[in-house]
Design a protein around this ligand. Structure first.
Ligand code: ADP
Ligand code: MG
Length: 359
């Protein structure tokens, strides 16, 4: 039994001129129990709409959603379980705390308003104290939101999501309003909390580094469609589409035309058995280009000149002007092998060249 299952989900919004845009366009996702799934994509690609559809805050046009094996939405049968009856919690980007309630009251709120289970006050207060302690603010329960920092407010929102012991917790860019240092800390804590409480997380972000750090699997979205759903390793090393390759990590790009033994480019032949059509984009990661003083015998050897050498701490970045193309090559650590102005060859192995069809 899956934690969350999404099948053929579609949702259109009407524009002011009467036309409609698909915010979600036939999305499928199967999420296992205990997974930390990140929905990743640029602003406007449909992440929030997808999450709100799972929460029951948005009604899709068609498709099906199950949570913990229970069908909560089915366009074909008209099933649509209310948001308050879905067994999940949600953390919003804006924290969404009640300003007139203390942190503890905010966290207690979902317990007081939960359907079914009636709880006595002392049990509730104990659960609230546990949740606040779990998120590292056990001593701030008496404070009002306005007395708390952004990071602390987000911890309150997190405690409120955990207090129900929901099996599934939805997060809509919860860290985007806190500053970079706090964000780092909260990410790590969020992961350890997820492992400890054992909930399934569905987490929205537009930040690919955040996605790589948190996810067991990443769903890369573009215009309401799931372009790829895979582990961080898979989407980085074997991107399904050019869009995914460019959105996750850095790439160098050449245009190629099919020829004997591979693709011909403005910088010479790229030998490859990949066959993705007549006209293609050839992409490679900066860390996969190797620099040589003499022409190497590799799948590709691209001639160029070093125009800048930048030490980045973990690696050295060489900017290589190759014809019209500016290539970025990363060598780990501090490299002094080449300098500004040196003539070089960028060597590539066949397995490091990603080939995608061009329209
Ligand atoms: P994201 O969270 O990835 O930034 P959203 O799900 O918020 O994307 O939006 C997806 C698309 O749907 C966008 O084109 C957005 O303008 C549109 N949209 C979202 N909510 C509404 C709404 N309530 N009314 C009309 N259009 C909307
Ligand atoms: Mg959004």
């Amino acid at each position: 039994q899956r934690a969350v299952e999404i099948r053929g989900l579609t949702k259109h919004f009407r524009r002011q001129d009467g036309s409609t845009v698909p915010a979600i366009d036939g999305a499928d996702l199967s999420i296992e129990k205990g997974e930390f799934v990140v929905l990743l994509g640029p602003s406007g690609c449909g992440k929030t709409t997808l999450l709100r559809s799972v929460a029951g805050l948005e009604t899709p046009d068609s498709g099906r959603i199950t949570v913990g094996g229970t069908t909560v939405f089915d366009g074909a049968t008209g099933t649509n379980v209310g948001a308050d009856r879905r067994e999940l919690s949600m953390v919003f980007q804006s924290y969404a705390l009640w300003p007139h309630m203390t942190a503890a009251r905010n966290v207690r709120y979902p317990l007081e308003n939960q359907r079914g289970a009636r709880r006595d006050r002392s049990t509730m207060n104990q659960r609230v104290a546990e949740a606040l302690t779990a998120v590292g603010i056990g001593d701030l329960g008496g404070q009002y939101p306005s007395q708390l920092s952004g990071g602390q407010q987000q911890r309150v929102a997190l405690a409120r999501a955990l207090v129900n012991n929901s099996d599934v917790v939805l997060f809509d860019e919860p860290l985007s309003n806190v500053d970079a240092k706090v964000r780092e800390t909260l990410r790590v804590e969020l992961l350890s909390m997820q492992r400890r409480f054992g909930f399934t997380a569905l987490f929205v972000t537009h930040d690919q580094a955040e996605a790589m750090e948190l996810a067991t699997r990443i769903a890369v979205l573009d215009k309401g469609q799931v372009q790829q759903f895979g582990t961080p390793d898979e989407v980085y090393a074997r991107p399904a589409t050019e869009y995914v390759a460019k959105f996750i990590g850095n790439t160098n790009e050449l245009e190629g035309t099919r020829t004997e033994g591979g693709y011909s480019t403005s910088l010479g032949l790229v030998r490859t058995s990949a066959a993705a059509g007549e006209r293609v984009s050839l992409l490679f990661r900066p860390e996969h280009g190797k620099l040589f003083a003499e022409r190497p015998d590799m799948a590709a050897a691209l001639p160029g000149r070093v125009v800048a050498v930048l030490f980045m701490g973990t690696h050295t970045e060489f900017l290589v002007q190759a014809g019209e193309t500016r290539l970025r090559i990363w060598v780990s650590g501090r490299s002094t092998d080449f300098r500004d102005g040196d003539e070089v060859w960028v060597g590539l192995r066949e397995q490091d060249v990603m080939v995608f069809p061009r329209e």
